[in-house]
Design a protein around this ligand. Sequence first.
Ligand SMILES: [Zn+2]
Length: 226
Amino acid sequence: MTKVSKFPFRLAQGYRDFLVGRMPTERERYRELATRRQSPNVMVIGCCDSRVSPEVIFDAHPGELFVVRNIANLVPPFTSDGTCHGVFAALEFAVQVLGVHHIVVLGHARCGGIRAYAEHGPPLSPADSIHKWMSLIAPAAELAGAPGGEDYLTRLEQASIGMSLENLLSFPYVAAAAEQGALQLHGAYFDVATGQLSVRDLDGYREIGTQPENECGCDALGERPS
Ligand SMILES: [Zn+2]
């Protein structure tokens, strides 16, 4: 670093708001979390998109979500060739160390990465990392149906979630935990314009309404008993 940078005012102001707003209500939780290791029950694999924050969407408290974010919320397929990858490391830690019970691949509408892939447009150029990264969704593009039509991007975004769920099962420790019933995989899709969240099931995507539901019979969001 060659010179002192001025910390963004918006962030400093936001932190001050946090100190007088949320921090007092979370103080005990932070204090208690500091005395032991984290034990989140849920891992979320989300997009870097600034509009799609898992902690905001799920109204999560500190210690509840283990989150990894990347362009277009992708999970590459497992390889054993020694590739060093942030998603792989986070996944290993979540499943093998933390023992999360749920992994949610959280996709969203109007995803810039998906759109760039579909339209072969900026910021994709063959020399860039983002081009190589987005080429991972080629198998999803085959499942999304013919390009074109108003719903094509939605189909591609949702097919990409399905592809990442399939790729999760290519990791031996994920497949083993899922087979034993210790781990459940979920797909979810957030509509940025409306705030509507839909979850993936056998028939497609089902909107979550405002009425409480507890379909898996457990308190999925929250911490595991330590
Ligand atoms: Zn996105």
